[in-house]
Structure formats: C-alpha cells, structure tokens
Design a protein around this ligand. Structure first.
Ligand SMILES: [Zn+2]
Length: 389
C-alpha cells in the first residue's frame, strides 16, 4: 500500500480495523511489553506489513509516538530510514545475499541511536529456505539479537513460520477488517464517494489493497465484474472451458503491466552493476550467471503473481456461491449486491448443499495449483466443470 504523509492518526492511520493491535504496539513503544522479535500475522490484505512498518516508525519516532510527521517517521514510511530495513523476498533477485546482508546489518549499532529494525515481509518463505546455513544464521541473529535490534517478521499465520523462529517471537495477530471499517477508511483517506466505498469494501471482503484498487481503478472493477459474472454462465461444457481460459487470461493481463515495470528495473540494476562495456559483460561469466539467475527469478515472480491474481479471482467466484447460499437459506447481505439478479438465478437452479460442494471444488482447485503445481488452466477447467449449473 502506498503511504501518504502525514497520515491521519500518525503512523497508525493506515491500520484499518485493528484497534487492539495498535494498542499493543503503542504500549510497546512506550516501553510496556517491548521485545526483540515480533511476528505479525493476519490474512492477506489485512495489512501485516503496514503494521510492522508503522511500528518501526513509531520505534524511531522523535516524539516516541509514531506522530507520522517527524523526520524519523516520514523516512521510515518512505523506506529510507538508515536503521530500518524492509526485506521482501518477492522483489529480491539475490534472496540469499539479502538474508546475509540482513544478518550483518542486524549486528550493527543503529546510526540514530534508537533501534536497528529489521522487517521481513514474508517470513513464511524462510521455511522453504534453499540455503539452510543462511536460515540458521538468521535464526541465530533472531535468537541472540544485539541489544538495540528488533526483528519484525510477517506471515499469514503462526503455523507458516519455522517453529524455532516463532517460538522467539511475540505474536501480533491482525483481524480481517469489517466492511464498515474498510469503507470508512476509503472515504476518509482516499476521498472515495460513499456508494463506491461501500461497494469496494464489500467486494474486497476485508482485503484493503484490493478495496483501494476497486475503489480507485475502473479496470479492476471491470475485471472483477467479469469474474463474478462467470458462475451464472456455466451452463455447458464449452462455457466451462471458456470460463477457465478467461480467468487465466484476466490474471495474465493484470500481471503483465506490473511485471514489465519491475523486470525492466531489475535488469537496469544488473546492467549498472556490471558497467557499460558490452563486450566485457558478454565475456563475463559472473554477469552471465547473474543474468540467468535474474531471468529465472523473474519467471518465478511472474508465476507467483499470476497465481495471486487467480487466487483472488477464485475468492470472487466463491463469493457468488456464498451469496447464492445466503439467498437459498433466507436472507442476509450479499457480497455481490450489484449482480443480485444473476445470483438469484443461480440460487433458483441450485441448492445450498450443491453450492457448498462447489465451494469445496474451488478450494480443491486452489490446492492443486498451490501445493501440487498443477498448471492453472488444467486445474481451472476441471473446477469450472464441477461448478456447472
Ligand atoms: Zn514521529
């Protein structure tokens, strides 16, 4: 999420619907319950890395509050504070090197005499460490931190993190914010009009980044509409296969723009590292190896992003069956109020039991893609066929 300074409510202003978390962190900043390793958990989009960065800013804040306006707060939020490092394995080309650098920095005294804060955004990926020595040295750094070092790790759930790491950490668990909290945030912070804000809050199901994208970007709204309209059209085998292909296309489209930019940036960084001499570069083995490594990690990143978008699409599709169950069993608020007609059509042709089976089929497809690496198109085709009306 982008940060605009100065945020309302200081650095805490971007934490939506997390009152108890803010309280805990504010107490720690004030010296009550402060510890050297924290684990921020919460569902995707609940803002765990935002919470970690806000906490980092508050720890560095010149007023000791996280005012959001002092130099320390602003540089932390902007990612340029000398004593705060944020590591995102996703953007990292040299993951292992980054981890080593992190361990090295963790041993340094803070420049500004407050804290050396180390944020790791996806601590869950540390479990899939390709290099156990690096994981071990990181672990050791977390176990025996220098007195002014604080580790802020982020992961979806506590179980996603190595037991040896999580046992060192104090857990801060973020909740899925309510639709009202998200809508209020969009109105107050982004100046989104009320009806659009409540639509985006509802449709995002508590994912703040998603809610902001839906509120602020028409293309995102159009793509979501296409996805939630899929279930009502699944009336023939051809339609099912078509829908699967469309969902993959939508995910590729959405990923493409993002990926092009960051790929170009990575390549420029690599080129700059090896200088201007093209001939020397072509001859350099280490350049060639780095280039291959870069291309490989870019492919991996692209795959992951496509998967993330597909996953979100699946959540949207699932929300339609959830709505059909709501209509089939009585009343309640719909996530997809704007396509109520189509949802009632589905509810008339199905039963709540069969829709629960459909939701199971969606989870099964996810599992196949995420855990068994089934190619998305294949998994989605068989899923769409099980969703057929
Ligand atoms: Zn401040």
């Amino acid at each position: 999420m982008t940060t605009q300074a100065p945020p309302r409510g200081g650095v805490w202003g971007t934490l939506v619907g997390q009152r108890h978390v803010v309280k805990t962190l504010q107490n720690a900043v004030a010296g009550h319950g402060m510890t050297h390793a924290w684990l921020f958990t919460g569902p995707p989009g609940s803002g765990r890395s935002n919470a970690a960065v806000a906490f980092a800013a508050a720890l560095q804040c010149e007023h000791g509050t996280g005012c959001g306006e002092c130099h320390a707060c602003r540089t932390t939020l902007a990612g340029s504070h000398p004593d705060v490092s944020v590591t995102r394995t996703e953007k990292s080309v040299h993951y292992i090197d980054d981890m080593r650098e992190l361990v090295r920095r963790a041993g340094l005294h803070p420049v500004e005499r407050k804290w050396q804060v180390m944020v790791i955004e996806d601590a869950d990926r540390l479990t899939r460490g390709e290099d156990t020595r690096t994981a071990n040295s990181l672990l050791k750094a977390i176990e025996e931190p220098t007195p002014r070092t604080v580790w802020l790790l982020c992961a979806p759930t506590v179980e996603d993190v190595l037991p040896t790491i999580r046992s060192r950490c104090r857990n801060v668990s973020l909740a899925t914010p309510t639709a009202d909290d998200v809508a209020r945030f969009l109105v107050e912070r982004d100046g989104v009009a009320e009806p659009l804000a409540s639509f985006a809050a509802r449709a995002s199901q508590g994912h703040i980044g998603r809610a902001r994208a839906l509120a602020n970007d028409e293309q995102t709204r159009i793509r979501r509409r296409e996805v939630v309209e899929m279930p009502a059209g699944l009336t023939s085998l051809a339609a099912c296969l078509n829908a699967a292909a469309n969902l993959v296309d939508i995910a590729r489209d959405e990923t493409a723009a993002l990926t092009e930019q960051s790929n170009a940036r990575d390549l420029a960084d690599l080129e700059a590292l090896y200088g201007d001499d093209r001939k020397a570069k072509r001859a350099s083995r280490s350049y060639q190896a780095s280039l291959r490594e870069l291309q490989y990690s870019q492919k991996q990143r692209e795959k992951r992003r496509v998967m993330d978008v597909i996953d979100r699409g699946l959540m949207d599709v699932m929300s339609v069956y959830r709505d059909a169950i709501v209509l089939g069993t009585g009343s309640g608020e719909l996530v997809n109020e704007e396509i109520r007609e189509a949802v009632s059509g589905i509810a008339r042709r199905t039963t709540p039991e069969s829709n629960i089976r459909r939701i199971d089929a969606i989870f099964a497809a996810r599992k196949q893609m995420m855990e068994f690496n089934t190619p998305p198109l294949l998994a989605l085709e068989s899923m769409m066929i099980s969703l057929r009306l």
